[in-house]
Design a protein around this ligand. Structure first.
Ligand SMILES: NC(=O)CC[C@H](N)C(=O)O
Length: 303
């Protein structure tokens, strides 16, 4: 298995040169575009890693899955879904288009930036710090990494250029979906800058794959919430490439502009990938290719 993974990483590493770093967050533009790595953690207890990847990277949009889980734990499904919908948009993650043109009363889903900011505002805590500490606590519990924290450099870098997210947070304020604009924006940007590694992502994936039970068999997330998270990953997890990804790969997955991909193969394995060079829709170009071939070889599609 290790050799096979290593060969696949080597096969797709050259493809990374065709991708582009997410330089709209300047610090992310400094990553090595040729790095690509993967960790697979199986339900029967094996952990296999291959490739070369940054030892640590930020969750970015992958954090949207974690905060959705936490907000539902905190407030319940009913309250969360009174403020954010369940439908894919078919638009880029930071698009303002549908928020405006169709005068929706709430963002279409929790995996786009507007929806994720509404979700972050629902997390219990009286300050940015309290909310983010609770998000980090869940990430620690899920990944088993004790050193989880915010990569301040990435947070600062994004904050300086967060014009579109500032626009979106004001739109959701106007819709009366959040109370505090600054608290919401900063909580969201800090959750995006939480540091993880490939193994951590694979662990989160395995926990979701096992209906909320971690590798020790402890129930960390209720099965109903784990199911909900996986369903959103299938319908909206890969931005406006989610349809094609479901057909070609067929695994619940969530990507981030750091090049990370979190994937959960029900009852089989969790997969963590990072490859910072992105395709046009913002997904890791090498990571998606790697996962596509892996899904075929190992027959991983849930469909
Ligand atoms: N797709 C992403 O990973 C986007 C996350 C990023 N922090 C942003 O809001 O733009």
């Amino acid at each position: 298995m290790k050799n096979e993974l290593q060969q696949l990483v080597e096969k797709y590493r050259p493809l990374c040169e065709q991708g582009k770093l997410a330089d709209y967050i300047p610090v992310l533009g400094k990553q090595d575009p040729r790095s690509l790595g993967i960790t697979v953690m199986t339900a029967d207890g094996q952990t296999i890693s291959a490739g070369m990847c940054p030892t640590q990277f930020t969750l970015q949009s992958i954090s949207k899955v974690i905060t959705l889980i936490l907000a539902i734990m905190d407030c319940g499904e009913e309250e969360v879904f009174s403020k954010v919908g369940m439908e894919p948009t078919g638009d880029p993650f930071n698009s303002i288009y549908k928020m405006e043109v169709f005068a929706h009363t709430r963002p279409l889903n929790p995996m786009i930036n507007a929806g994720a900011m509404v979700v972050s505002s629902l997390i219990k805590g009286d300050s940015i710090e309290q909310k983010v500490t609770r998000i980090i606590a869940l990430v620690k519990q899920l990944t088993g990494i004790s050193q989880v924290g915010v990569m301040e450099e990435v947070y600062e870098s994004e904050l300086e250029h967060a014009h579109r997210n500032r626009a979106l947070v004001h739109i959701i304020k106007e819709m009366d979906l959040i109370k505090d604009v600054d608290m919401t924006l900063h909580t969201y940007l800090r959750q995006c800058a939480i540091r993880v590694d490939c193994e951590g992502l694979a662990k989160i994936g395995l926990c979701l794959a096992q209906d909320g039970k971690n590798e020790m068999g402890e129930q960390i997330i209720k099965p109903t919430i784990a199911r909900l998270a996986k369903t959103f990953m299938v319908t909206c997890g890969m931005y406006n490439a989610s349809g094609e990804f479901a057909i070609r790969v067929g695994i619940p997955a969530k990507s981030g502009v750091s090049g990370g991909i979190l994937a959960a193969v029900p009852h089989k394995m969790g997969i963590g990938i990072v490859g910072p060079a992105l395709d046009q829709k913002g997904n890791s170009i090498g990571g998606v290719a790697l996962l596509t071939e892996l899904a075929k070889r190992w027959n991983l599609s849930i469909f």
